[in-house]
Design a protein. Sequence first.
Length: 465
Amino acid sequence: MKPASPPQTIAIIGAGFSGTLVAAHLLSRAKAPLTIHLIERERSRFARGVAYSTTEDCHLLNVPAGNMSAYPDDREHFLRWAQARAGELLDCACVSEVTAAAYLPRRAYGDYLTQVLDEAERGAAPGVGLERRIDEVVSLKVEGEAVDLRLASGAQLRADRVVLALGNFRPGDPSGGDAAFYRSARYHGDPWAPDVLERLLPTESCLLVGSGLTMVDWAITLNQAGYRGTIHVVSRRGLWPHSHKPGAPAAFALDPSGAKGAVRAGLHRLRDYIRKSGADWRPAIDALRPATPILWKSLGLSEQRRFLRHLRTLWDCHRHRLAPGIAARLAAMLDSGQLVRHVGRIRGFRDLGGQVEVVIRPRGSDRNHEFRVDAVVNCSGSESDYRRLDSPLVKALLGQRLIRPDPLALGLDVADSGALVDAEGVASEFLFTLGPPQKGHWWETTAVPEIRGQAARLAAELLGV
Ligand SMILES: Cc1cc2nc3c(=O)[nH]c(=O)nc-3n(C[C@H](O)[C@H](O)[C@H](O)COP(=O)(O)OP(=O)(O)OC[C@H]3O[C@@H](n4cnc5c(N)ncnc54)[C@H](O)[C@@H]3O)c2cc1C
């Protein structure tokens, strides 16, 4: 049913970058009375989310400061904020400059987001207000033209529209262990849980499962904290994120239209462009970014599946790159032997009491390789299959058939507007999302440069302006 009147109450579930930015845009743009409930289950993540609630100075943004503005129409907003605090930022061990090309601490970006929200709240029109809540939304029910939300504390809220800004969930457990192993103190299933570092530091060796950006965070964190032990890393294909290249040109003339429709043709075309241009591959990958949603949609389901099967890991390690300083540090850790790279499949974890025996089948080998570690950290990347999540809210919404996974189980089924699509295939007039849950729909939707535009558009859609 289409709502008859503009919303007077909007609830936003999740106060990471996505939820915070929708709230900030609503506060800035609403002219009629409006109450915005911004609800976050973890206090430390309010206006920061998973990525920017880290307290580690050496967890750096993987996007240069010049492209991290919260506002799509004011590209230097974050850079100006950072330059006004250059003295403080330069005190961080991992920061050597505060320029558009610099990779600044994610912790500082969390401070920036907090300020963006505070300023939007202060500048809101009379009658437009923000209610901040630390609580978990455990279920919701669409009742006529309103939505009733139930919170873990027992509180209830009523809203005219709801935004599910649920973001990144903890990774699913890797195969190889049994239930007892996954419950054991030596296994850290949630790499973003607050006590992991404290529990890893006394160990003499650990295994990081997965070789993406979460692995990089952990390797750097341990190194920075003076960890003396050996850090093993295992991944199936042994592909690690590439480094950004200082001084690589920012622009690359690429017409992506000919790459539509088929993965193989698209890949050949991209390689061809790069070869003929004689330029570095990085700007070519970056130039694809604005066109990625169109290319992704043009593939259709079976080619999208092919892409995921054959190219996903390759794409991720070229697309989601490392700040050069971080890449150099990892290389030094590999050289020194502190970081040990294994390429293969995990065949088993055996809990030996004091240690864990890890059994892997190295790629291309017909024999297992075994080694022992004191701890295992799951760095295998955010779980995107909503059917596997243990979130009470997600379970309730799936049970009520108000949401459904997208066909690739990369997130949720959505309309272009961000409206959630229910189990019958109908786009909701009341429930919306943005950011990571839209991965199956847009593919390129998990980072700030994309989400900031989505947040501005969704706020306008919600207000009907
Ligand atoms: C470690 C890491 C580093 C990253 N670094 C960068 C970077 O440098 N640059 C970049 O552009 N992108 C980066 N990203 C991508 C990142 O996904 C986006 O930048 C952005 O932070 C996503 O924000 P979000 O709000 O959608 O998700 P999240 O940050 O995951 O926030 C979602 C929030 O919802 C809350 N929540 C979930 N369910 C409920 C519920 N039922 N009730 C209440 N609250 C709930 C969660 O607690 C969480 O705080 C990084 C991602 C990660 C994981």
